[in-house]
Design a protein around this ligand. Structure first.
Ligand code: AP5
Ligand code: MG
Length: 369
């Protein structure tokens, strides 16, 4: 994802796809024009990349020139009357191919037709790399189309957002949802995930989702999900992936306007991590960091046995079950450290000390994101 001025953009069309489309356009035009030497006319500023790449792919002799449309200043008329800059050459009797980066409403195209009306060209052909059929409001024929795209705002490859983005070699699409901060709070059972999430959610105005808490809520209310989950949780085993993933998706959807999430106890397997990535990218977002609370096993057992005296959690009540939860963590969950390290998103934090000190350590990491 990239940021231009105040807006975020996500990757949309790769440089390879653009190259393919341009190669195809050049071949189509060349095969239609046979031995005629065309004049390719780029419309600045957006088309400079398309024209440059197009003519390099054009297999026969051709001429290249550029025009620019500029609005008259100080004109009273509400119509946006434009004037042409740069066309100095006599094009009468020539085949002119307009090369556009993008055609959306067709407003520029209308001006081009108006301007070329009296130029006595042999024929005026229109080629465009991108075309937005949903936005196109005119009847002018488009002779060559590279890639049809939905009516979304794009930047890159010559196209800009308020001056920026033209230099990008690929196309990005405007993210329509607001930017979120999403954190996975990680660590073995008893590491302090729930305790710390409680402070961080207020400090950073994030929604805290603990899959363990959601399961316990369902168990308490004897829902079908609760009954199913209980049979695993009470033994200290993980609830099956698909059940957990579906539940997590529902919880995220319930908080559609969130500024971001703290995920506590999710993901716990590689399948869950992949599902979370997918969910975030569906929301035009991503996981920014996995922050892991590091605590030795014996301290975990001590903490959970202590809590078991009052928590009423069956999985805290028995040392054997507690140790099984820790075993499950090493067997199935600990590998996620690699998953996030590979994406440069893993941050380990010492989870031993006072609760306030640990909150401070976590905040230091979050503030750098
Ligand atoms: P879950 O509820 O997530 O339990 P857990 O991961 O085993 O961890 P805890 O909630 O017990 O520990 P915590 O790290 O939140 O620490 P806490 O702040 O409470 O999951 C329960 C079960 O649900 C799982 O076993 C599984 O079956 C199922 N499940 C959940 N998510 C799943 C998923 N994604 N996939 C499949 N199954 C899933 O602190 C612990 C104790 O330590 C507290 O008493 C606290 O007061 C104390 N403490 C905290 N910080 C400190 C400190 N700095 N110093 C001293 N004591 C501290
Ligand atoms: Mg917890």
């Amino acid at each position: 994802m990239i940021k231009l001025h105040d807006k975020y953009f996500k990757p949309f069309i790769s440089a390879e796809e653009i190259e393919e489309a341009i190669t195809r356009l050049a071949q189509e035009v060349a095969s239609d024009l046979k031995d005629e030497v065309p004049v390719f006319v780029g419309v600045l500023n957006g088309s400079f990349m398309v024209v440059s790449d197009f003519v390099k792919k054009y297999p026969k002799p051709c001429e290249v020139t550029f025009i620019k449309l500029a609005s008259y200043e100080g004109v009273k008329s509400t119509d946006d009357i434009q004037r042409l800059i740069g066309l100095t050459q006599d094009l009468s009797g020539r085949t002119v191919v307009i090369l556009e980066d993008i055609i959306d409403s067709g407003k520029t195209l209308k001006e081009i037709h108006r301007i070329f009306e009296n130029a006595n060209v042999k024929q005026l052909l229109i080629a465009t790399l991108f075309y937005k059929p949903e936005a196109y409001k005119k009847d002018f024929k488009l002779h060559y189309i590279g890639i049809k795209i939905p009516n979304k705002f794009i930047v890159g490859y010559g196209l800009d957002y308020d001056g920026l983005g033209r230099n990008l070699p690929e196309i990005y699409q405007l993210k329509t949802t607001q930017h979120m901060t999403n954190i996975v709070l990680f660590g073995p059972p008893g590491a302090g995930k729930g305790t710390q999430a409680n402070y961080l959610k207020d400090q950073y105005n994030l929604v805290h989702i603990s899959t363990g808490d959601v399961f316990r809520f369902n168990i308490k209310n004897k829902t079908a999900l609760g009954v199913l989950a209980k049979s695993f949780i009470d033994k200290g085993e993980l609830v099956p992936d698909q059940v957990t993933i579906d539940m997590l998706n529902t919880e995220v959807e319930k908080n559609a306007g969130a500024k971001g999430f703290i995920f506590d106890g999710f993901p716990r397997t590689p399948a869950q991590a992949k599902a979370l990535d997918q969910l975030m990218s569906d929301k035009d977002s991503q996981i920014d960091a996995m922050i892991a609370l590091e605590v030795e096993d014996e301290i975990l057992v001590e903490r959970l046995l202590e809590r078991g005296k009052t928590s009423g959690r069956p999985d805290d009540a028995d040392e054997g079950i507690i140790r099984n939860r820790i075993k499950e963590y090493y067997k199935k969950t600990a590998v996620l450290k690699e998953f996030y390290t590979d994406q440069n998103k893993y941050f380990g934090v010492d989870g031993i000390g006072s609760i306030e000190d640990i909150t401070e350590r976590l905040s230091t990491v979050i503030d750098t994101l």
